[in-house]
Design a protein around this ligand. Structure first.
Ligand SMILES: NC(=O)c1ccc[n+]([C@@H]2O[C@H](COP(=O)([O-])OP(=O)(O)OC[C@H]3O[C@@H](n4cnc5c(N)ncnc54)[C@H](O)[C@@H]3O)[C@@H](O)[C@H]2O)c1
Length: 310
């Protein structure tokens, strides 16, 4: 198979690309940032997903579309760029794939599309009510994917990823922030009262989930990809401290102007993964095991910013 990965130089993208290469595929990466490694079966194209990429798609069988302007905070800072890359860029990927040999596209959407849960657990057809520009952009692109499935018969699967973490994740995300604080003998700062519930999902499970959808996903269907081990933010900080063996306590910071506004916080994010499980996939790495692996990675690589993905 020849596979195109957009955003292949990102945190999730580079792990996916290495996995696809290990499986013997030819991989082409489109990203605005140069890829950090070489491989005989890897081709890198420095381009934006906002450009014409029909030529790059002509000989590809499948596309993983990951390129995005990421995260709630940075997309608040750069709202127009977020809308452009995440909506126009995604529609451009669908548009450019028309009439090529591309048989399937998996588009990485986000649990942010659900906003505050109206029901627990969140099923794929649960109400969507994003509270961030980022979440709105990911949902809008999902809706365009439906249009391309219906209008042109394309096969596109949005996958909604839940709180991804693992080695190499850039320093803007909660897991590396907490881990690096603890490694520096500082208290991890927990916003609110720490009772926010999340299901953190280890990068290897995300990659196997995305691949399962590429191989077996039903045409046009969206899938949650997540671990279902629930943990509060306070417990997460305590678990990282326990793993470190240090004598520290999380600092409970509350909500406010200096930290995070209450209305922007999602209090409970718990997925149902039954739909993807019905295709034979399940997460393999439990929270404690994944967090230990991640902690050890940051311990060995503390300060080596060149190894982190932004
Ligand atoms: N990390 C998470 O927790 C998480 C959760 C849910 C969904 N997702 C989704 O998964 C995907 C990958 O996330 P990630 O964590 O690897 O992010 P990342 O920021 O590490 O990677 C994104 C990549 O996209 C590239 N990119 C940005 N704009 C581009 C453009 N115009 N053209 C081409 N490339 C461009 C960046 O250079 C980067 O390499 C994204 O679509 C994201 O929305 C991530």
């Amino acid at each position: 198979m020849k596979i195109l990965v957009t955003g292949g130089n990102g945190f999730i993208g580079h792990t996916l690309v290495r996995h696809l290469l290990n499986e013997g595929n030819e991989v082409k990466v489109i990203d605005i940032k140069p890829i950090k490694f070489t491989h005989p079966k890897l081709e890198f194209v420095k381009k934006s997903v906002l450009e014409d990429i029909r030529w790059e798609m002509r000989d590809c069988d499948a596309v993983y579309h990951l390129a995005a302007e990421l995260g709630v905070i940075s997309s608040d800072r750069r709202p127009l760029n977020t809308l452009a890359v995440n909506i126009d860029g995604t529609v451009n990927v669908f548009r450019c794939a028309l009439g090529t040999g591309v048989k399937k596209i998996v588009y990485t959407s986000s649990s942010e599309v659900y906003g505050e849960a109206r029901e627990i657990p969140l099923k794929e057809d649960s109400p969507k009510s994003p509270v961030s520009i980022y979440g709105v952009s990911k949902l809008a692109a999902e809706m365009y994917s439906k249009g391309y499935v219906q209008e042109y018969g394309m096969d596109i699967n949005p996958v909604r990823l839940f709180n991804v973490y693992g080695p190499g994740q850039g320093s803007d995300w909660v897991m590396p922030i907490f881990i690096q604080k603890v490694l520096n003998n500082e208290e991890p700062v927990v916003f609110g009262d720490g009772s926010q519930v999340r299901c953190f999902t280890y990068i290897a499970d995300i990659v196997s989930g995305i691949e399962a959808v590429m191989k077996k996903g039903l045409k046009g269907e969206a899938y949650n990809i997540a671990n279902t081990d629930q943990i509060t933010m306070k417990k997460l900080a305590e678990l990282i401290i326990k793993i470190s063996g240090k004598k520290l306590n999380p600092k409970i910071a509350g909500f406010g102007k200096e930290t995070r506004a209450r209305e922007r916080e999602i209090m409970t994010r718990v997925p149902s993964i039954e739909k993807l499980k019905s295709l034979g996939w399940k997460p393999e790495i439990n929270a404690e095991e994944g967090i230990k692996k991640t902690y050890e990675w940051y311990k060995s690589n503390l300060g080596k910013e060149e190894l982190f993905y932004e």
